[in-house]
Design a binder for this molecule. Structure first.
Ligand code: PNW
Length: 452
């Protein structure tokens, strides 16, 4: 069986973070309010009333955090740019202090030999744009294009590859359909236009990035979808869920059309939202790579309530993370095979842009090491079966603000004491550092081949 040391030569190792989860400094240097500032201020939204107001104070401590990254020997760092730092109200000229922060960050990363991989939108929409409808409003896609121009013009000389959106499915589902994330809307299937407007934003931004000679990716949280039983009703429900979670956000990019949601009993479809020419625009700029955020598979059964054409059910017998998410490493190659089969030559090279777990382990986080090593071994089986996988960015460098869970789900290779802001590398940090070094030595012509 291939294992993680068999991942290909040139494979890129990284870590991922997102602005609202680590930066803090939410009122500094002219940053405007985002929907997450508004949402976390509302009682009952986030566990124990936690907010990202301070988070890991990365805005001030980024040099220390880059030293931690340098210590890992990373190839790349995936972070996100806070739109409300660049345009405090989501429109108009750039806030110079906001651009300057990311300028410093990028230069410090390059000095450390780490390639910056920014995500333009990781859920922290400027509140002023939410006030005009957020992603329900088609105009937000055009505002995103303006924002992209401002950032790409400033950083594009040093940043080769860009991720447009993080997990548009989760933003639609949690933010607009169920209301458990900002902006806290509970529209159920009426949230569907936010899918199209996010994809339109991707298409507009992708063209602007490509015009500047920059590589374009998107980070989708894709899940292998399995029927709870072989019954026709469970199978039909599985196909419906797969269409809504996976294909809705990938078919338009790679095939140029939406899945036919009405065929799966999703009646509130996108007619009226999709204008002539939109699908051409969304698919026009080829993706340089597809970012895949993988956490776990999803098991689906026939619907039990009339609102949705499926029910999510537990995965029996799987071990669980501290978040109670099932641990199923073989779901990762299963997902990649499905993509390979479904999209064929239209599938661009894949980068795993997130994978990781929360654990309640102390600094000796053996359960995280087991999670990461088993997923990387599973990933290696996919690369040896002809799937082009270019890199792996673990979620996350630091324990951080885990959205509705506040600071209760530590995902970091590095422990953060949120009272003192002291960073302490966990056992998984040392393990990841050694893995990267051994993998690199194995594949470099000069290096000696050693296996632990
Ligand atoms: C991702 N789910 O979110 C996000 O991109 C990160 O910001 C986040 O910290 C990380 O995963 C860990 O949660 C997800 O329920 C949120 O399937 C929810 C799900 C998946 C990903």
């Amino acid at each position: 069986m291939p294992d993680r040391f068999d991942l290909p030569a040139g494979f890129r190792w990284g870590v991922s973070t997102a602005a609202y989860q680590i930066e803090g400094a939410v009122t500094e240097d002219g940053r405007g309010p985002s929907i997450w500032d508004t949402f976390t201020a509302r009682p009952g939204t986030v566990r124990d009333g936690h907010t990202g107001a301070v988070a890991c104070d990365h805005y001030h401590r980024y040099p220390e955090d880059i030293e931690l990254m340098r210590g890992l020997g990373l190839d790349g760092y995936r972070f996100s740019i806070a739109w409300p730092r660049i345009q405090p109200t989501g429109t108009g000229p750039a806030n110079p202090a906001g651009l300057a922060f990311y300028d410093r960050l990028v230069d410090a990363l390059l000095d450390a030999g780490i390639t910056p991989l920014p995500t333009l939108f990781h859920w922290d929409l400027p509140q002023a744009l939410e006030d005009t409808g957020g992603w329900l409003n088609r105009d937000t896609a055009h505002r995103f294009a303006d924002y992209t121009t401002l950032v790409a013009d400033r950083l594009g000389d040093r940043v080769p590859a860009w991720i447009t959106l993080n997990e548009p499915f989760v933003h639609m589902a949690y933010g607009y359909a169920f209301g458990i994330h900002a902006p806290g809307r509970a529209l159920m299937l009426d949230a569907l236009p936010t899918a199209h407007h996010q994809l339109l934003a991707h298409g507009l931004a992708a063209a602007l990035l490509a015009e500047r000679g920059l590589d374009v990716l998107i980070a989708n949280n894709l899940t292998p979808v399995r029927p709870a039983s072989p019954s026709p009703a469970d199978l039909a429900a599985t196909t419906a869920y797969d269409a809504l979670h996976n294909r809705l956000f990938t078919d338009p990019l790679l095939l140029g059309h939406y899945p036919d949601l009405s065929a799966y009993g999703i009646t509130d479809d996108l007619a009226g939202t999709v204008h002539p020419g939109d699908l051409d625009l969304i698919a026009a700029t080829p993706l340089t790579g597809l970012g895949v955020n993988y956490y776990n598979p999803t098991h689906i059964a026939a619907p039990t309530d009339p609102g949705l054409p499926f029910t999510l059910v537990d995965i029996p017998d799987a071990p669980r993370t501290a978040f109670d998410w099932p641990i199923v490493p073989e779901g990762l190659p299963e997902l990649l095979h499905t993509l390979h089969t479904r999209y064929g030559p239209a599938l661009p090279p894949i980068t795993i842009t997130e994978n990781g777990c929360s654990t309640t382990d102390p600094l000796d986080d053996q359960s995280r090491i087991t999670y990461l090593s088993t997923h990387l071994d599973a990933l290696a089986t996919a690369t040896t079966q002809g799937i082009d996988i270019r890199g792996y960015y673990t979620w996350s460098l630091l324990d951080n603000f885990e959205w509705a869970e506040g600071y209760h789900q530590p995902f970091g290779l590095v422990h953060v004491d949120f009272e003192t802001q002291k960073r302490t590398p966990k056992a998984s940090y040392t393990w990841y550092r050694d893995l990267i070094a051994v993998h690199r030595a194995r594949w470099s012509k000069e290096g000696s081949v050693t296996f632990p």
